[in-house]
Every structure is written in structure tokens, then in C-alpha cells.
Design a protein around this ligand. Structure first.
Ligand code: NAD
Length: 573
């Protein structure tokens, strides 16, 4: 049994892609095995294809005897893997199995994930990745990215040079302070950059060797982790102030020098650092914050799609948010941009966005507001709770980005149902355990009238004979396509306009069937098509705004498609 499962994991390959020498002409080309032979090939996840090596390859590459005699196809390997995954008792077991497959055989991993996305995404991403981060110290086996700690100050460039791939294009970095809605998980938050970059490859075809997950370990304020002898990170208080800023500065500078074509995605930072870092770096390097900008893109797309069910224009609507952090304020900012594009003044657009945080309604009279909330602090009497805010403001959409489970109570959802024929209720907090309400609750409490979306997926729910298939309002519909466009056109910056066009493109791909089934997003199985279309529109912005020195390809769509990694096995000889 042990032996078979070892062989199971040894099935795969990957193709190595390299840029052509000229900037702007990095069409993926197949390269050789870089001189590797025998066991070195089998131990390289980007080269290994396990039992699918042909008889000729086994002879030519010194593999004879290192594999069992039967030659299998990738399709047979996929069947075996699916069979193994489906027999695993828990989602965390499935996660661990998939991650170890990824560490052995990237092509097979991506074949399995891409062809079974709605089954695999909740395993490699939210919600299971949340559990994986909580147990990361126990399940960690091999580094899938770089761990850079505050003790590495002064030599970050040296660490980056240790990464085995030279042509890094997309970096997802976290400092682990706000992992999903689970709080400070320190170094255990590494599961998030790893998961996000897997989605870049699966959903938008970024070649795996161009993706670099980074954990910037600055300590953790999670005492339970610091006390845990098995904790993998620095067991010390979080670095703050100038020392923190200097570390991030060294990291950003070192990335720029080592991987000059890389885009840096900031992920799951605490909100005081997240907003500051975005402001500091967005006009200096190619960077964005997915929690602020990507979430905004997917939510605005959902709001556009909702209009097809509610009627009216965005300008006729009013938005109430539970949660006034990165996600909440990021979404408000993009709504303002969308409304201004419809001819609404900035002040009137802001007046349509209302925020409730852990101290109540965000109003002008409050003296405790962080800077990022100030543009949405309106003139209003204090309001004691969310229900009172709904009654007072009469919003058309209620959006949960608070990380507070069950905060959309029956009374709150029923009030939304009383005020609106089709109330828009998005419970976007992740993972599932943090959702403000479930799909079942939203539909039950509004007699099936809610237009519902959630950050983590919910199973279809049947009420009075109608099955509601709610959409996943998750930034995974946005960041892969935006990243692909940025990389394909070699943008020097990432701008809010790119997220706006991404939102519009995503909304335009929602079909009548999607809407009829209850989803304001396209079916997940179309994600690569969605990402490619978003990438094309993003590339158009890049050329229109002159954010690249790369000559414009005659056919941008063909150029984008040519960049996309396909996990098919290649013949080596
Ligand atoms: P954040 O820490 O920046 O902000 C959280 C906000 O919620 C703060 O304003 C806080 O005051 C408020 N809050 C906390 N408890 C509250 C309560 N009981 N009542 C009212 N407000 C409360 O975090 P963030 O980055 O904005 O993320 C928040 C949540 O949104 C997380 O659960 C995260 O997983 C989720 N999120 C989802 C997506 C997605 O794509 N669906 C993307 C980003 C974030």
C-alpha cells in the first residue's frame, strides 16, 4: 500500500517555459531538461511526469528501473488521483494530498485542479486553506516559497537569489497578520500565497515557475502560536514602526532589482499596513493589494450583474457595508469610480456608500476613525447596531466584509427583504465559518428573493421547489486575469482603472442562465476564458495609459492566450 501511494505521487511532469531574450517577446517556448537525468528529473516537479515517461524517454534519460514498467497516460493518472482524493476522509487530508502532488508533479496537479475546479478550489483555496494555515506548522513538508524574516534585514537580495527560478513575474507576499478572517497566523499564513499563486496558474495560466510565494515573517502577536514549540515562525512580537517599514522597503527594492519584471501582490496584511503600503508603492513599482482592489473588482461586478435582476442603475442604489477595513473601503472606492463613470459627482457617489464597523455606523461625529474610513464618514446621528442602520438608511445592498459570523441576523435579512423586492445580500467574509450569513439563511429569510453571493462557496439550496446556486463573490474571479494582463503587457504599474475594467468584463460574461440559477458570476468552469478576457481588457488599459515599453502586439487576445500555461505532458525525446 505504502509503495503504491508513493508511486501514485510520482506521476507527473511539467514543461519549462522561458522568455525569449528580448523584453516584450516572452512567448513561452519549450526548453530542455537543463542537463538533468534520472532521479533528478523525477525529483523536479516541473519536469517529472512519473509513470507517463515513455519507453524511449526512460532509456534516453536514465529512468529505466526508477519507475514501474507500465507506461500510463496523464488521463489514467488523473483518474487515479481523483479516486485517491475522493477517498480522503477530510478536506484537510485532501489539501495535504494535493499539496504533496503539487510538490512532486506540477502538471498533473494543475491538470486535476483545472479540470475539476469547482471540486478542487475549495480545497486548495478558501475555505480549506484556512484550516491548512491554522495547522500549517504540522502539515508543512517542503518550502513552496520563500520565508524572509526580520532577522534577514540587510540580506534579502541574497535570499531572493536562492529561489531556483530566475524569471519570476508574480509574487504574492503576506506578513500573516490578517489571514482570511482568522486573524494573525504569523508564518503559518504561508498557505495563502501558495494557494493564491496556484490559482494564478490554474485560473489564468501563469506558468508555475514564474510564481513566487513569500512569507515576510515579522513575528506574530498570536500568543498561542508563540507558545507553541512546533510553531515554524519567529516567536516574537510583531515588528512595528520604522523597523517594519524598512524591512518592507528592502524587500520591495530587492524584488525590483532581482526580478525586474515581477508584480508584487500584497495579501492578508493588517489594514493599517495594507493601506499605507499600497499608497507608498503603487506609483513606484508594479504592485497591488488584492484585499483592497481585487475584492472591489469582484464585488462591483456582482453589483453590476444584480442590476439585471433588480432593474435600475448603480446610481439609483445605496450600499451598506458591515466591515470598514481593506475590503469594505476598497469596494466603496471602486463603487465611487463606477458611479463617477456614470456621471455622478464624487461627493454624491460617496454619499451612497455607508459603513458599519465594530463601533457602529461610521459618521462624521466619531473621533475614533482610521484615515481610510474618513471619506465615508457621513453626517448622521449615531446608530446603535446593524439592524438600526438598515432601518435608518434603507440600503438596496448589504455587503458583509467584517469577518463576523452570523452578523446578518434573521431580523437584519428580513428587514432587507421588507425594504427591497430583490435585496442584494453579499456575505463575503472568509472562510465559510466567518460568513455573515449562509446561503440557506439568506434565501429562507427573504422567501427566495435575495440576490446572494458569498466569499467561500455554499452548496446549492432548494426552497419551495426552486434551487438557488449562489455565486462565489471572491477576488479569485479578478486577480488571476488582472495579473495575466499585467504580465502579458509588462505593465510597470497596476491601477484602479484595471480593476474597474476587470469588474465590467466579469459582469459582461454573466449569462442569463447564471442569473436564473441565482448566481451573479459566471460559472467557475469558464474561469480561464474569464481571466483571458479580463487580461485583454487590462492590457488595453496598459497600452492606452502608456504603462509599458513593450510594443503593442497586433492581436492582444492571441498574445494573452499564447502566455497561458497548459499542463499537458511534453515529449522530451
Ligand atoms: P480588515 O481587518 O481590514 O477589516 C475588518 C473590518 O471589520 C474592520 O473595519 C472592523 O472594524 C470590522 N469589524 C470587525 N468586527 C466587526 C463587528 N462585529 N461588527 C462590525 N464590524 C466589524 O479586514 P478585510 O481585509 O477588510 O477583510 C474582512 C473580511 O472580508 C475577512 O473575513 C476576509 O476574509 C473577507 N474578505 C473576502 C474577500 C473575498 O474575495 N470574498 C476578499 C477580501 C477579504
Amino acid at each position: 500500500m505504502t509503495m503504491i501511494s508513493h508511486i501514485d505521487g510520482n506521476e507527473g511532469v511539467a514543461t519549462t517555459t522561458h522568455p525569449l531574450p528580448h523584453r516584450g517577446a516572452h512567448v513561452a517556448v519549450q526548453t530542455t531538461l537543463e542537463g538533468k537525468r534520472g532521479a533528478d528529473i523525477l525529483h523536479d516537479p516541473l519536469l517529472n511526469k512519473g509513470t507517463s515517461f515513455t519507453e524511449t524517454e526512460r532509456d534516453a534519460l536514465g529512468l529505466r528501473g526508477l519507475l514501474p514498467p507500465k507506461v500510463t497516460t496523464q488521463a489514467q493518472q488523473v483518474d487515479k488521483i481523483l479516486n485517491n482524493i475522493r477517498r480522503k476522509p477530510t478536506d484537510l487530508d485532501k489539501y495535504t494530498y494535493l499539496v504533496s502532488l503539487q510538490e512532486r508533479n506540477a502538471a498533473l496537479f494543475y491538470r486535476v485542479v483545472i479540470d475539476n475546479l469547482s471540486e478542487m478550489m475549495p480545497i486548495i483555496y478558501t475555505p480549506t486553506v484556512g484550516q491548512a494555515c491554522q495547522k500549517y506548522a504540522l502539515i508543512f513538508r517542503r518550502p513552496q516559497g520563500l520565508f524572509i524574516s526580520s532577522q534577514d534585514r540587510g540580506r534579502i537580495k541574497e535570499l531572493l537569489a536562492n529561489w531556483p527560478h530566475a524569471d519570476v513575474r508574480m509574487i504574492v507576499v503576506t506578513d500573516g497578520e490578517r489571514i482570511l478572517g482568522l486573524g494573525d497566523l504569523g508564518s503559518c499564513g504561508m498557505g495563502i500565497p501558495v494557494g493564491k499563486l496556484s490559482l494564478y496558474t490554474a485560473c489564468a495560466g501563469l506558468p508555475p515557475e514564474q510564481c513566487l510565494p513569500v512569507m515576510l515573517d515579522v513575528g506574530t502577536n498570536n500568543q498561542a502560536l508563540r507558545d507553541d514549540p512546533l510553531y515554524i515562525g519567529l516567536a516574537q512580537e510583531r515588528l512595528r514602526g520604522p523597523a517594519y517599514d524598512e524591512l518592507v522597503e528592502e524587500f520591495v527594492t530587492a524584488v525590483h532589482e532581482t526580478f525586474p519584471r515581477a508584480c508584487i501582490q500584497f495579501e492578508d496584511f493588517g489594514n493599517t499596513n495594507a493601506f499605507r503600503m499600497l499608497r507608498k508603492y503603487r506609483d513606484r513599482v508594479c504592485t497591488f493589494n488584492d484585499d483592497i482592489q481585487g475584492t472591489a473588482g469582484v464585488t462591483v461586478a456582482g453589483l453590476y450583474s444584480s442590476l439585471r435582476l433588480t432593474g435600475g442603475k448603480l446610481a439609483d442604489k445605496k450600499f451598506l457595508f458591515l466591515g470598514a477595513g481593506e475590503a469594505g473601503v476598497g469596494i466603496c472606492d471602486l463603487i465611487v469610480q463606477a458611479l463617477m463613470a456614470e456621471g455622478v459627482s464624487e461627493a454624491d457617489a460617496r454619499a451612497k456608500c455607508w459603513l458599519v464597523d465594530s463601533h457602529g455606523l461610521v459618521t462624521k461625529h466619531r473621533t475614533d476613525l482610521a484615515e481610510h474610513k474618513l471619506p465615508y464618514a457621513h453626517d448622521h446621528a449615531p446608530v446603535p447596531d446593524l439592524l438600526a442602520a438598515v432601518e435608518a438608511l434603507k440600503p438596496t445592498a448589504l455587503i458583509g466584509v467584517s469577518g463576523t459570523p452570523q452578523a446578518f441576523t434573521e431580523d437584519v435579512v428580513k428587514a432587507m427583504g421588507r425594504l427591497n423586492a430583490r435585496p442584494v445580500i453579499f456575505a463575503l467574509s472568509n472562510p465559510t465559518s466567518k460568513a455573515e450569513c449562509t446561503a440557506e439563511q439568506a434565501y429562507t429569510w427573504t422567501e427566495g428573493r435575495a440576490i446572494f453571493a458569498s466569499g467561500s462557496p455554499f452548496a446549492p439550496f432548494t426552497l419551495a421547489g426552486k434551487t438557488h446556486v449562489s455565486g462565489q463573490g471572491n477576488n479569485s474571479y479578478i486577480f488571476p486575469g488582472v495579473g495575466l494582463g499585467v504580465i502579458a503587457a509588462e505593465s510597470t504599474r497596476v491601477t484602479d482603472e484595471m480593476f474597474f475594467v476587470a469588474a465590467k468584463t466579469l459582469a459582461s460574461l454573466v449569462t442569463e442562465e447564471d442569473l436564473a440559477s441565482g448566481s451573479v458570476y459566471p460559472d467557475l468552469h469558464r474561469i480561464r476564458e474569464v481571466s483571458a478576457k479580463i487580461a485583454v481588457e487590462v492590457a488595453e488599459v496598459i497600452y492606452a495609459r502608456k504603462l509599458t515599453s513593450m510594443p503593442r502586439p497586433t492581436d492582444i487576445a492571441a498574445h494573452v492566450l499564447a502566455q497561458m500555461y497548459e499542463p499537458a505532458y511534453q515529449a522530451y525525446v
